[in-house]
Design a protein. Structure first.
Length: 219
């Protein structure tokens, strides 16, 4: 995040999405070189790379660029770029935990502390990560396939844009509304297996099931 943030600060407004992806890849790769990290090992094990997702609004091109698993709301129209395998993996976790609750009579609190569903899908999550920048795009210091970057051209009359991470199950036009829905889900379905199926749940002591970023602005 810090590497990407520093890179973006001095970026010319007319930078294209392809130039952005190339530059970010070089910036991350330079860190590998600086610290003597074996990039051949990272080729074999993509799950060990520095990895981030990014959503950008380019006012110059009047476009949204979604690199990886992130989302946006443009005058109430929602856009995302989810990982193709993650929906199925989340469903598998939900089925395992549902069986534990209904058939094995394991308590929800116990499963929050010991998420056997999460443990069961770890291998599949790693396999999913091993396909990054093949099946889906991320920023990780290796070539980003432009066909996996979601580019959305926006109309000239756009008024409000929200950019957010995937930590909001339902993105709303205000932070307060997005947070309210999130908290309702966490209270009603802390394992995240019914109202919103996720690859991990809401653990005791945490503030949510995933990281959250949210920015709203008017054009």
């Amino acid at each position: 995040m810090q590497i990407i943030s520093r890179y973006l600060q001095d970026l010319p407004a007319d930078t294209s999405v392809s130039s952005l992806c190339t530059g970010l890849t070089q910036a991350i790769n330079a860190v590998y070189q600086k610290y003597g990290i074996d990039t051949n090992k990272l080729i074999a094990h993509p799950e060990e790379r520095l990895t981030a997702s990014l959503v950008i609004y380019s006012d110059y091109y009047k476009q949204l660029w979604l690199i990886g698993d992130c989302q946006a709301l443009v005058d109430n129209k929602h856009y995302d770029n989810t990982k193709p395998q993650e929906v199925f993996i989340a469903r598998k976790r939900a089925a395992i935990l549902e069986k534990a609750i209904t058939q094995d009579h394991v308590s929800i609190d116990s499963l929050r502390d010991n998420d056997i569903g999460r443990q069961a899908i770890i291998g599949e999550l790693v396999k999913c990560m091993q396909r990054q920048n093949i099946d889906y795009a991320v920023i990780d210091g290796f070539n980003i396939p432009m066909s996996k970057v979601k580019i959305v051209s926006l109309p000239d009359d756009v008024q409000q844009i929200v950019l957010a991470s995937d930590g909001y199950p339902i993105l709303k036009p205000t932070l307060a509304a997005s947070e309210t829905i999130l908290q309702d889900i966490l209270q009603t379905d802390p394992l995240c297996i019914h109202l919103f199926k996720a690859t991990k749940g809401f653990k005791e002591g945490n503030k949510s099931f995933d990281d959250r970023s949210y920015i709203r602005f008017r054009i």
